[in-house]
Design a protein around this ligand. Structure first.
Ligand code: GDP
Ligand code: MN
Length: 380
């Protein structure tokens, strides 16, 4: 669950991390009132689930009420990489001496938390990592041991920040680590973390991603629901009780079982295609479930071919085959289907499908050849 910057800052503030005084709004005149309250100069910032807002014109400094009004009205409604700005955050502007980068995330391969700190902040960390990887000081933290202040100090020293920033950075990084662990975050990033001319260190931006599987431990995270980006396809699929995740490719995928669905995505990628979704119809592949799944996939304009990958276990092949035939008679499909049917009673299932085969419904013997066929059809 990705937070907007202002939510991330409020999250940081509960752990004592210094952020600027500000408020969120969707209204121009209210933005001016907030600017009047926090004091000029102010920064008016677009709240969208994407980075690079500064470059896109979504972060503007205002010296007075007229400028605040002008920026607020320009930024509200702005399209930033396909994200329309509905909320802006107005905060008291900070003087910046230097911009740094700081983050904690999980390094799955190392099975440890990873802290990254760089004196080259303000720009995207991917760019720093490519052009000047030595400029990023990394620390691996064993979750059992936690982060000690001595470790943190050595890490900050390795990053070569301005010595003036050392104590402030240690203080913030210790708090950021606590926020990351106790808040069950997958990512806590501050870019830029700034050193002010007065010597204080301060979080000027916040990128926080919370672990959706830990929400039950944090009832207060329900407040973030309303601003989560909605994928219309996902909403429709979840209403039908389907396990569906929207992706941006052109091959619609239906599989029975989460593991098979995931391998299906891999195989589609392996043969050079890109899946439009993850969709697990579960164990029982009856006509209702299959029709629901086909409807959701058919409504996705990007889909050019559908790959149904079934491995019968408790579900028998002939049930699945009948389900597919009946579902196809109910849903008028825009894309051709490629089926791979294997497992329990596969022979019986294939025999049922055979008379229905055409250039709209094809059958392949293996998962790999079926994926290749679907990808080929999607490419046409
Ligand atoms: P992003 O572009 O989406 O990462 O948005 P940021 O919140 O990181 O802002 C982008 C840039 O705007 C920062 O790197 C700063 O250079 C600048 N900026 C943001 N807030 C302030 C501020 O309070 N004072 C000044 N002087 N610059 C700011
Ligand atoms: Mn930023």
């Amino acid at each position: 669950m990705d937070l907007l910057e202002y939510q991330g800052k409020q999250f940081f503030a509960t752990y004592g991390i210094p952020v600027s005084d500000g408020e969120a709004t969707s209204d121009v005149e209210e933005a001016v009132a907030i600017a009047d309250r926090v004091g000029y100069p102010v920064v008016v910032k677009a709240q969208v689930h994407t980075g690079g807002r500064g470059k896109a014109g979504g972060v503007k400094l205002a010296e007075n009420a007229d400028e605040a009004r002008e920026h607020a009205s320009n930024i509200l409604g702005l399209d930033i990489k396909g994200h329309i700005v509905n909320i802006i955050w107005v905060e008291h502007a900070s003087d910046i001496a230097e911009e740094y980068y700081a983050s904690f995330t999980l390094d799955r391969s190392a099975k440890k938390h990873l802290g990254m700190l760089s004196a080259e902040g303000g720009v995207e960390i991917e760019t720093v990592a490519e052009e000047n990887p030595d400029a990023i000081a990394k620390i691996h933290i064993n979750p059992v041991d936690g982060l000690s202040e001595a470790q943190c100090r050595a890490w900050v020293e390795a990053a070569n920040l301005n010595p003036q920033a050392t104590e402030g950075a240690i203080d913030i990084l210790m708090k950021l680590y606590t926020a990351y662990v106790e808040g069950d975050a997958d990512l806590c990033e501050i870019n830029p973390l700034i050193l002010k001319p007065t010597g204080e260190v301060h979080a000027l931006d916040a990128k926080v991603s919370l672990d959706s599987n830990a929400i039950y431990e944090h009832p207060e995270y329900a407040q973030y629901d309303a601003t989560q980006p909605r994928d219309d396809r996902e909403t429709a699929a979840h209403e039908k009780g389907l396990q569906y995740v929207g992706l941006d490719g052109s091959v619609g995928v239906i599989a029975n079982g989460a593991g098979l669905a995931m391998s299906t995505l891999d195989v589609v990628n392996q043969v050079g295609g890109s899946p439009a979704n993850f969709l697990d119809i579960g164990g029982g592949a009856n006509a209702d479930v299959m029709a629901g799944a086909l409807e959701v996939i058919n409504d996705d304009q990007n889909v050019k071919a559908i790959f149904i990958n079934i491995f019968g276990g408790i579900t028998r092949g002939e049930e699945v085959a009948n389900g597919i035939i009946e579902a196809m008679s109910r849903v008028k499909l825009d894309s051709p289907i490629v089926i791979r049917l294997d497992g329990t009673n596969a022979e019986e299932g294939r025999a049922i499908l055979k008379p229905h085969l055409s250039d709209r419904l094809m059958m392949e013997d293996t998962m790999l050849s079926a994926a290749a066929k679907a990808v080929e059809l999607a490419g046409k």
